[in-house]
Write a protein that binds this ligand. Structure first.
Ligand code: ZN
Ligand code: ZN
Length: 286
């Protein structure tokens, strides 16, 4: 049963010929989820031979263009592929009016429903729960029943505008799935803040933005971003299995050096490139 992360884009605001803005695909037990959707995401989905119609939900971190400009073209393409199943879109509340504007001009052509779930929480909150858990009455007003074998938690970040990270925890039933549950967390644009490590504590794989090298800490602070060292410090404090960094500033020429900085704090750190695929494995003893 796969639990697989595909990096569709690893750049920050400026796209390059070999590096697209933020987007990732997460395959969980045959289903597909999209995390952020920068410009060019649909071409990247094609290049990775992923299915437009299989995508069940899109998790948007915030409405900076490098995380959301790709969504509108993608919706049209899904329609061209005769999608009829509803698409769940999670994101901060201010994504609502943007979607509404888009739909007011282009919505008539869409052959499927967009179910928008606005996030307004100030603390980590489960937004997708396994169906079985919902039936047993775990309270959640917002949780959508998308979560066969999956729990998704949204948590607030510290960026210039409302921004959320997402944590994906595999839920297994020991009889049917005799392996230890795996987990992944996506930390989008954020300046460091004390609670963050607790939000991603113990995940097997953590993706954390590292827009700047340690030497540009003041720039990171100014724009509410993190440096490589700050990402690694979060990984160490959270006790994660493995750290991936991305969302590199266009000022950075030496991405390998960013990885070295991370490894000086947290050994199991890697930089990502567009097209990298990670099979998420249970690493950590919980
Ligand atoms: Zn960004
Ligand atoms: Zn941003």
């Amino acid at each position: 049963m796969e639990f697989r992360l595909t990096i569709l884009g690893s750049a920050s605001a400026l796209p390059f010929s070999d590096r697209n803005p933020s987007a990732q695909a997460l395959s969980v037990h045959g289903r597909l989820f999209l995390i952020d959707c920068g410009e060019g995401t649909q071409q990247r989905i094609r290049q990775e031979h992923l299915s437009f119609v299989k995508i069940e939900a899109v998790f948007i971190s915030h409405i900076h263009g490098d995380h959301v400009f790709g969504l509108f073209g993608l919706l049209s393409t899904m329609s061209l592929y005769h999608r009829t199943a509803p698409l769940h879109v999670f994101g901060p509340q201010n994504l609502g009016p943007v979607l509404k504007f888009y739909l007011s001009y282009f919505g008539q052509e869409l052959g499927f429903e967009i179910v928008f779930h606005p996030l307004t929480f100030k603390v980590p909150t489960a937004i997708v729960l396994p169906t079985a858990k919902l039936q047993t009455g775990i309270p959640s007003e917002t949780a959508a029943t998308l979560g066969k074998n999956l729990r998704v938690t949204a948590f607030p970040l510290n960026h210039k505008i409302d921004c959320y990270g997402y944590r994906f925890d595999e839920v297994v039933t020991p009889r049917r799935n005799p392996w230890k549950p795996r987990s992944y967390a996506y930390v989008s644009d954020t300046a460091p803040f004390p609670e963050l490590a607790s939000y991603v504590a113990g995940v097997d794989l953590l993706y954390h933005e590292a827009t700047y090298p340690a030497s540009l800490k003041d720039k990171a602070e100014q724009y509410f971003h993190s440096t490589s060292l700050q990402a690694a410090e979060c990984a160490r404090e959270a006790g994660v299995g493995r750290l991936l960094i991305g969302h590199y500033s266009s000022r950075i020429n030496d991405i390998a050096a960013l990885g070295e900085e991370c490894r000086s704090v947290f050994a199991n750190s890697s930089t990502v490139e567009d097209g990298d695929v990670f099979e998420i494995e249970y690493i950590r003893e919980q």
